[in-house]
Design a protein around this ligand. Sequence first.
Ligand SMILES: Cc1cc2nc3c(=O)[nH]c(=O)nc-3n(C[C@H](O)[C@H](O)[C@H](O)COP(=O)(O)OP(=O)(O)OC[C@H]3O[C@@H](n4cnc5c(N)ncnc54)[C@H](O)[C@@H]3O)c2cc1C
Length: 219
Amino acid sequence: MPHAVQVLNTHYITPDVIRLMVTKPDGWTATLGSSVRLAVPNVGLNNRWRPFSITSHPSDPILEFLIKIYEKKESVTALLASRVPGDTLLISNPFDGIDTNDVAFFIAAGTGVTPFLPILRHRSAKGLIDNEKLLLSSKTPADVICGHELRSLLGSNFVSLCTREADHRNRKGRVTESVIEEMMAAGNPRVAVCGPSQFVIDVCKFLNDLGLPRNLVVT
Ligand SMILES: Cc1cc2nc3c(=O)[nH]c(=O)nc-3n(C[C@H](O)[C@H](O)[C@H](O)COP(=O)(O)OP(=O)(O)OC[C@H]3O[C@@H](n4cnc5c(N)ncnc54)[C@H](O)[C@@H]3O)c2cc1C
């Protein structure tokens, strides 16, 4: 059943990703790392619903989303970016995201990092970070989502690769089998992969070629 929530804040954190903060519906609970569908009511798109990961913690008083904006006609994300504080959005009940239990190696491209962020924040807050690694692919250093925060959570276990340009914190390059091999710990850790579908297909193939059993890869 949809709930109405109010926009608290939206602002760009990269050239095309916004942080959207909304109120939490009364009595509503979501598990860590779950997702919802959002819709913008009364704008002539028949309340078109789109899925997004919740990046805030279940105990937070508000809901946070990090959303890549597609500036095109009838794009729900473009509508979300143009909301102002006090506007109403519709939110579905939450549904489970990627099962990250025991995942020690996270591989993401762009907003594919969103389901991993609350997990890493939570493990860090509880002192449970234990050699977790994150490999994140972005276009340029300016496109790296929450790079500063991820570095403070994971230190050198956060590897940021940029396909188009580099700087002193972000290496130039793509996610390849050899980059994954460099980062993969011994002992077959569970690996979680999230991003555009071709990225997920490529990374799963690299992991398979590296001998990781398919049941240890979650997407
Ligand atoms: C479970 C789940 C969780 C998700 N969580 C997040 C999240 O936390 N943050 C997030 O940003 N996204 C997330 N997504 C993806 C998000 O749902 C889509 O990006 C969103 O639905 C796009 O809606 P839209 O109406 O703006 O674009 P649509 O019109 O629905 O466009 C659909 C798709 O077309 C492609 N596309 C559109 N415009 C362009 C363009 N100009 N150039 C190239 N390709 C284009 C994109 O792949 C886009 O996703 C999630 C998806 C799923 C399934």
